[in-house]
Design a protein around this ligand. Structure first.
Ligand code: BGP
Length: 490
């Protein structure tokens, strides 16, 4: 059996600006939705609270739940002096040279990062972009070029300038589409010559809530209207991007943690097929350029009459078709189980007796990755790009901050072997793999530093205290060797 991955396979890592970058009020950056998300208590990490610009505190049930009824009156103000993880994160803003060098030493061929929209357009509505913001990412690209690392840019990773959320109700409004396209156009003009791979949105099928959509009252209708507007924003950006940068390649990113029927009872199998369609609603629409036949059924499940209840303009169907994805990018973290009568979106159905779990109860399922890759390729027939995968763990550094993370090595060895089988045995084309996250950063779902993913340890705690010193873990050396051998050493 061929053990190496195909020549040119893009090995790398992925990060998101608000979890990594910091510098939230430096360089002319405006406030973004995530700047208002405080970190939760360490005992109850999933209960994030959000302090709105007008001082109102809201408590989404969990970060995956949709925040209800955020007041529309909220006006952007300076943020109070309280620790918000995204304000400082792990300060890539001032450590980018050091961090990119560490990535280069690992042998990375690609680095996926997101651009902070409010660093480029502080309120989202300016006529001209913030030059200082563009300059910061120029410097990042300079460093990447120095080491021959390709950038993979996420245009919008789960956040938008707070002004667009407050003033327009985020992506629930069609107006926000034009602000997004203007922002994307600026990125293409400014960085287009240096960037081939783009992602229009992160985990678009998760449409998590206020932070990622800017939508205040998250009933089903608003949420699926926002999704439609995001589809159109993405398709318009792709059409424009293809015109401005003929060699560009566009994807959007989906959260594709797969789901198995809990039993072989036909009712459970059918229910699981229906539940999975919640994901295909997004993947099919963007990957094939039209809504799937079961779109009405999905919407009805959420109390919406059907596509006819959404505001869809006559030109939208053409836009969707012409703005199809070039490749399908996805995150894969775990699998879950489902049975008839279970609630949709219940990614917590983790009781699978055949699998071990991470400390956060996520199933460790390497074959699930191979299964997912085959399922997506069978369906869309476009190259894949695995742009997020990894394991969140509690690391125990010694006195020198060295972490012997054998669990990470074990996890990645299994997952990457399954990926290699999907590529070499099942012949699924896959452009590359960017591990989440090569360096420790703030967790999205818990707002904590305790949940660590990196090959590189960062001295920083849950409350924003620490020296920010970077120290390679045991897995750093291991992954370096895997990359050097292009997967042969797995
Ligand atoms: C994905 C997000 C990332 C990232 C990752 C890990 O859903 O795209 O931003 O954070 O999940 O999740 P967590 O940090 O919650 O463990």
């Amino acid at each position: 059996m061929v053990k190496k991955l195909p020549k040119g396979f893009l090995w790398g890592g992925a990060t998101a600006d608000f979890q990594y970058e910091g510098g939230f009020c430096e360089g002319g950056r405006g406030p973004s939705t995530h700047d208002y998300e405080t970190n939760g208590s360490q005992e109850h990490p999933r209960h994030l609270t959000m302090k709105m610009p007008d001082g109102t505190i809201i408590n989404p049930k969990s970060s995956f739940a949709i925040a209800e009824d955020v007041p529309l009156t909220a006006k952007p103000i300076l943020l109070p002096d309280q620790y918000y993880p995204s304000h400082k994160a792990v300060d890539f803003y001032h450590h980018y040279k050091e961090d990119i060098k560490l990535m280069a030493d690992l042998g990375f061929k690609v680095y996926r990062f997101s651009i902070s929209w409010s660093r480029i357009y502080p309120t989202g509505e300016e006529k001209e972009p913030n030059e200082e913001g563009l300059k910061f990412y120029d410097h990042v690209l300079d460093e990447l070029e120095k080491y021959h690392i390709q950038p993979l840019i996420t245009i919008c990773h789960d956040e938008l300038p707070i002004n667009l959320a407050v003033k327009y109700d985020g992506f629930n409004s069609r107006k926000v589409i034009s602000f997004y396209v203007q922002y994307a156009k600026t990125l293409f003009e400014h960085f287009g010559k240096r960037v081939k791979y783009w992602l229009t949105f992160n985990e678009i099928n998760a449409i998590r809530g206020f932070s990622s959509t800017g939508v205040h009252k998250a009933n089903g209708l608003n949420r699926y209207q926002a999704a439609h507007n995001m589809f159109i924003a993405s398709a318009l950006a792709i059409k424009l991007g293809h015109k401005m940068m003929p060699n560009s390649q566009f994807g959007a990113m989906f959260a594709l943690s797969t789901c198995y029927p809990k039993t072989c009872k036909p009712e459970d199998v059918l229910a699981t097929q229906e539940e999975l369609r919640e994901n295909w609603y997004f993947v099919d629409t963007m990957g094939r350029g039209y809504y799937p036949k079961f779109a009405d059924e999905i919407l009805q499940h959420h109390g919406i009459k059907g596509l006819s209840a959404l505001k869809i303009e006559p030109e939208d169907n053409n836009i969707l078709y012409e703005g199809q994805l070039d490749y399908v990018a996805f995150s894969y973290y775990r699998s879950s189980t489902f049975k008839a009568g279970d609630e949709w979106f219940n990614v917590g159905g983790d009781d699978n007796p055949y699998l071990e779990k991470t400390p956060w109860g996520w199933n460790i399922d390497s074959l699930g990755l191979r299964y997912t890759m085959n399922m997506v390729y069978d369906r869309i027939q476009k190259p894949l790009f695995i742009v997020e995968n990894g394991v969140g763990s509690i690391d125990h550094p010694d006195d020198n901050d060295y972490v012997e993370d054998n669990y990470r090595i074990k996890y990645l060895n299994q997952l990457l072997s399954a990926m290699r089988d999907a590529i070499n045995i099942d012949k699924v084309p896959c452009i590359g793999y960017t591990m989440w996250a090569p360096i420790d950063l703030v967790s999205l779902s818990t707002g904590e530093m305790k949940k660590r993913y990196g090959f590189i340890y960062v001295d920083m705690d849950d409350l924003g205290h620490g020296t920010l010193k970077r120290t390679p873990k045991k897995s750093y050396k291991w992954i370096k060797h895997i990359i050097e051998t292009n997967g042969e050493a797995l």
